[in-house]
Design a protein around this ligand. Sequence first.
Ligand SMILES: *[C@@H]1O[C@H](CO)[C@@H](O)[C@H](O)[C@H]1NC(C)=O
Ligand SMILES: *[C@@H]1O[C@H](CO)[C@@H](O)[C@H](O)[C@H]1NC(C)=O
Ligand SMILES: *[C@@H]1O[C@H](CO)[C@@H](O)[C@H](O)[C@H]1NC(C)=O
Ligand SMILES: *[C@@H]1O[C@H](CO)[C@@H](O)[C@H](O)[C@H]1NC(C)=O
Ligand SMILES: *[C@@H]1O[C@H](CO)[C@@H](O)[C@H](O)[C@H]1NC(C)=O
Ligand SMILES: *[C@@H]1O[C@H](CO)[C@@H](O)[C@H](O)[C@H]1NC(C)=O
Ligand SMILES: *[C@@H]1O[C@H](CO)[C@@H](O)[C@H](O)[C@H]1NC(C)=O
Length: 492
Amino acid sequence: MTISTCVFSVFFIISMEDLVNGEWHELKSVMEGDDLTLQTGVAELKGEDETMWLFTSGSQTTRIAQMYQSKVSLHKRLADRSQLDQQTGSLTIRNISASESGLYKLELTINDFISRRTFRVDVYAPVPVPFISAASSLSPIHDHDTSQPPEETEDPNRDFCSVLCSARNDRDVSISWYKGSEMMNQTSNPDLNIILSLPLELHYNDSEIYSCTTANPVSNKSVRLHMREICTRHEDLVNGEQHELKTVMEGDVLTLQTGVAELKGEDKTMWLFTSGSQTTRIAQMYQSKVSLHKRLTDRSQLDQQTGSLTIRNISASESGLYKLELTINDFISRRTFRVDVYAPVPVPFISSASSLSPIHDHDFCSALCSVRNDRDMSISWYKGSEMMIQTSNPDLNIILSLPLELHYNDSEIYSCTTANPVSNKSVRLHMREICQHIEHTHIEHEDCLDHCGGTEALIRLVLSGLVGIATVVFLVDHVRICSEKRRAAASV
Ligand SMILES: *[C@@H]1O[C@H](CO)[C@@H](O)[C@H](O)[C@H]1NC(C)=O
Ligand SMILES: *[C@@H]1O[C@H](CO)[C@@H](O)[C@H](O)[C@H]1NC(C)=O
Ligand SMILES: *[C@@H]1O[C@H](CO)[C@@H](O)[C@H](O)[C@H]1NC(C)=O
Ligand SMILES: *[C@@H]1O[C@H](CO)[C@@H](O)[C@H](O)[C@H]1NC(C)=O
Ligand SMILES: *[C@@H]1O[C@H](CO)[C@@H](O)[C@H](O)[C@H]1NC(C)=O
Ligand SMILES: *[C@@H]1O[C@H](CO)[C@@H](O)[C@H](O)[C@H]1NC(C)=O
Ligand SMILES: *[C@@H]1O[C@H](CO)[C@@H](O)[C@H](O)[C@H]1NC(C)=O
């Protein structure tokens, strides 16, 4: 034995001391699709050394790779995506799959020594994206707890909102709430056939940034809590359920998200629509088969991956409650959206409002902005970009109108705006046009004040003129009749 081989062997035996302990495993966590590399720890193998890699999953052990006299052989399942380093004997497997989790055993034969090394490899799928919903919406399918006194749910603290973060459970998955970057609460469960969920109580005026994170040893995913969408006020609760509000304009596209990142074939998605007392099943997906209500077939779609529903060219009659029922394993998760479809607001019209003005000061002009009332509509006057006054009215059978008093010499830019939750329309006040009529009467009146006597004289003059003409006509006629009588008398 040469000196160099001897030194090598001594080094090797020492370094193997903590590795050859039969039960001792090195842990490797890797994400599905990633590359796994298992090192032998040996710097350089000789031609006579033998390298063997075994894989054990459950009770089955397979030889997956071998090298002897520089000849490498790989298991056929791995041939196209693995490689054995000729110099070190280290094994690399590309695009690893979850089924390749297990024990990887190395047996190195160097001279007369056999050294063993064992790796426990855990291949994890990327963690699912969590979904955040109103706390009341997730419940186990079989667990109808009737023991709870109804008064407790009847009188929740109005200032608080409960939200729930959920995710399909998987190996070593935990779910946590974060306030900013600080973790508040965390949970996990060894039972993989459940939906993991973690509640959070919030004050309505809480302005912190909350997020929910799912994590496993190789990945994590976060979703931010949008309090406006999830925490609807107590007034918005219908039948004790919390709703997420959606406002959309007639003709637009409505998209309702399930919040689930990826559904499995066995999961069942159902969308129900309730308007008034009528509930209709509008969409369903089971085992990747989608069925849509006939009224919606040509303008809606159910996302096969997430179960999210999209309806194009939505109409006002499609305002109502949209309920999602997701069945994942044995759990039903429910989510309700209240959808309000609004028509675009009409353009307001501005008119002169002289008769409404209580002020008889001639330096002022009154303008009136009006529009036919509709749901959640308001009408406002703006001076430049600053709102001056606003009005709205729950009675939809009226014309909404809002007056504005202006000084004639006012040079500001005024506009009137109608708005509802989805749209607004503005019209600029053109003072010359609106105040013209009043201005006109105003000037006439002034004329009268100054020259009223003159007008009277003119009328008198005209009247006396008319009387004069009548007198002349009478006289001429009289003279004619008299001369005719005289002529007749002379001829007799
Ligand atoms: C990785 O393996 C999966 C099957 O486990 C296969 O569907 C996918 O196409 C592979 N990806 C690449 C990049 O080869
Ligand atoms: C964490 O969650 C548990 C219930 O899952 C709850 O009892 C506990 O109060 C929570 N802790 C905090 C700090 O919110
Ligand atoms: C939130 O409301 C509570 C009481 O209702 C009050 O004590 C607290 O100061 C408020 N916080 C903020 C940020 O407004
Ligand atoms: C999430 O993963 C990123 C890397 O992808 C890491 O930097 C971060 O610390 C992880 N966060 C948590 C909360 O585990
Ligand atoms: C949208 O629906 C309305 C009826 O609600 C219909 O009159 C209109 O043609 C539709 N528009 C498009 C672009 O399909
Ligand atoms: C408008 O008229 C009022 C009095 O009539 C006067 O006080 C004011 O300065 C005038 N403003 C302008 C911009 O001319
Ligand atoms: C009107 O709508 C536009 C978007 O279309 C928006 O930017 C603007 O803030 C709205 N104005 C008002 C007064 O609501």
